[in-house]
Design a protein around this ligand. Structure first.
Ligand SMILES: Nc1ncnc2c1ncn2[C@@H]1O[C@H](COP(=O)(O)OP(=O)(O)OP(=O)(O)O)[C@@H](O)[C@H]1O
Length: 224
């Protein structure tokens, strides 16, 4: 469960979010809006990467202002730019790095790394230098590094931006099947077609909130 209560965010001279309130118990929530409307900021509030200037963000029953470290253990966050998330030289080492604090045996780490790389189609790349992957493969690697931790909530900021049609479909299928709650910020409107709820942001305010057809229809109208 994610809840925003009268959240304002001011960054430098800009009011980026103005009084956002929403209780989000749904499993799959999409966020759309124009460039600069505050979507990434909203996503970053969920794991305490951004903090509200006023108002409250509650995630997994905890306040992000007080318990960001605990919340981050339960919230997987996928950034738009996968290079920001790749920290180790090879693909397998990068995924294994995510598991370093789990106290697992070397064999168990290897087993989990192999399983997640196979699941997302990177098993042939385990020993490749991570920075030599294509943009889309890097996005899949970042996804593997997050999913291997089995987060309770997954937040994705434009997860299909660099992906070809096959891999976009793979991410769409993943989102359909994942048992955990997922919040996805995206410009990829078809990705949200079967989501439970879509929020539309405009200049830092939620201007539509509902079923995908209705909310995306509103978004198309304000962008026309
Ligand atoms: N650290 C910061 N300092 C000052 N302004 C910022 C900062 N981060 C974001 N902003 C501003 O806040 C506004 C909202 O940014 P945000 O990245 O949340 O928008 P967005 O809807 O995700 O945009 P896009 O679709 O282009 O990714 C933008 O005008 C941006 O310039």
């Amino acid at each position: 469960m994610i809840e925003f209560a009268d959240v304002h965010v001011r960054l430098g001279p800009r009011d980026v979010l103005h009084g956002v309130s929403a209780r989000l118990p749904e499993r799959r929530v999409g966020v759309v809006g124009a460039n600069g409307s505050g979507k990434s900021t909203l996503a970053r509030l969920i794991n305490g990467l951004a903090l509200p200037t006023s108002g409250t963000v509650t995630v997994l029953g905890l306040n992000t202002r007080r318990d960001a470290a605990k919340i981050r253990r339960g919230v997987g966050f996928l950034f738009t730019d996968p290079d920001a998330q790749i920290v180790m030289p090879t693909v397998a080492e990068d995924v294994a790095f995510s598991l370093r604090r789990k106290g697992l045996t070397r064999e168990e780490v290897a087993r989990r790394v192999e399983a997640v790389l196979t699941r997302y189609g990177l098993d042939g790349h385990a020993d490749h230098p991570a920075h030599h992957l294509s943009g889309g493969q890097k996005q899949l690697l970042a996804l593997c590094s997050v999913m291997v931790l089995e987060p309770e909530i997954l937040v994705m900021d434009e997860p299909t931006t660099l992906l070809d049609l096959r891999h976009s479909r793979q991410v769409a299928a993943l989102l359909r099947d994942l048992p955990q709650q997922v919040l996805v910020v995206t410009h990829d409107l078809p990705l949200l077609a079967d989501f439970d709820r879509v929020l539309v942001l405009d200049q830092g305010r939620v201007v539509a909130d509902g079923a995908p057809g209705e909310a995306i229809g509103h978004y198309r109208k304000i962008m026309s």
